[in-house]
Design a protein around this ligand. Structure first.
Ligand code: HEC
Ligand code: HEC
Length: 280
């Protein structure tokens, strides 16, 4: 009997030790601080700037993930793994300066220097400074409300194990990538900001929600003529009637905010790129 008790005690201590290592190691990774200078970007609070900022915040996915009015959304809640709630924008932004918000959008670095998880910076890092100024102008019009979520992102032991082993990484991009003004090539700009959150031009990737293959744009876009392409981006319905999952939802919610001119420029850009770079 004594041996059984001892055996159990050993097991419990080993389990506690493992949890302590997972918790401590992942906490160290989560708290890693990044030193990136604050960009010289000030909110564009003009009515036109705010309206355009709100539209871009839709197309770029900010409002898809943080809610149409920025109140925060529960994206996923898997016990033991992750509680992925997005913070309410008005509540969080109240303590941020414009430059700190700009650094968060471009680099994925929070006010306290820690990096973000889950929020995709790959495309956001290329949003032109003047568009970031408009998005911040829009955020500054949001008022704290009773509908605001007060929870945020938190990790269970399994996600922490992922953080410890490098499977779940911060989205931080330290190198500055954005231009001051929108680039002249609108199609290339939309591809590298909006679509690049999920698609590469030439390499397949994996969707973060259901692990579906995200096809390289130069592989799938050439089959679409302009009307079919506009229908895909504005309704989520592709050439075949099959359910496109995340792509269908993102088109209806976010991509439908791209203007007809932007869709046409994006279409022309992808067709021209596909003609010179065969996809793998
Ligand atoms: C795929 C979903 C997603 C998208 C798209 C997204 N966010 Fe987030 N955002 C998150 C999550 C999740 C967090 C919490 C991250 C963390 O705490 O590590 C967050 C955090 C934030 C915060 C608070 C940072 C803090 O200090 O806690 C702000 C402000 C913010 N996002 C603004 C934006 C803006 C502006 C955009 C568009 C340019 C955007 N987000 C796009 C998911 C998203
Ligand atoms: C949030 C992630 C996400 C974003 C942003 C996104 N896509 Fe997709 N896209 C997907 C996924 C996932 C698929 C694969 C759907 C499937 O085959 O089930 C896909 C598929 C496609 C397809 C192939 C459709 C078909 O007929 O099979 C095209 C074309 C496409 N996307 C274009 C775009 C363009 C252009 C943009 C930017 C304006 C964009 N996507 C933005 C996730 C995304």
């Amino acid at each position: 009997m004594r041996w059984v008790v001892r055996g159990l005690l050993v097991l419990v201590s080993v389990a506690c030790l493992a949890l302590a290592v997972i918790y401590g190691g992942s906490e160290w990774a989560i708290r890693k601080s990044h030193a990136v200078a604050l960009p010289n970007i000030v909110a564009d609070r003009s009515p036109a700037g705010v309206a355009e900022g709100g539209r871009i915040a839709s197309a770029m996915g900010c409002r898809g993930c943080h809610g149409p009015n920025g109140n925060g959304v529960l994206l996923a809640d898997v016990p033991g793994v992750i509680h992925a709630a997005t913070p309410a924008l008005a509540r969080v932004a109240a303590s941020y300066s414009d430059a700190e918000l700009a650094r968060l959008i471009h680099h994925g670095i929070k006010r306290n220097g820690q990096g973000v998880y889950v929020m995709p910076i790959e495309g956001h890092s290329r949003i032109a400074d003047e568009d970031v100024a408009r998005i911040i102008g829009w955020i500054r019009t949001l008022k704290p409300s009773a509908a605001d979520r007060t929870d945020t992102l938190s990790f269970g032991p399994l996600a922490r194990l992922g953080i410890l082993t490098g499977g779940l990484k911060q989205e931080v991009i330290e190198t500055p990538r954005a231009t001051a003004k929108r680039p002249a090539d609108t199609g290339a700009y939309i591809a590298s900001t909006v679509c690049a959150g999920c698609h590469s031009l030439t390499e397949p990737r994996e969707a973060h929600d259901d692990g579906r293959r995200v096809p390289p744009l130069l592989e799938v876009a050439p089959a679409y003529d302009l009307p079919a392409f506009r229908k895909l981006l504005h309704t989520g319905i592709g050439l075949s009637p099959r359910d496109l999952g995340l792509m269908g939802r993102v088109a209806k919610g976010d991509l439908s905010h791209l203007t007809d001119d932007e869709v046409a420029a994006l279409h022309a850009y992808l067709q021209a790129e596909a003609a010179k770079t065969p996809a793998k």
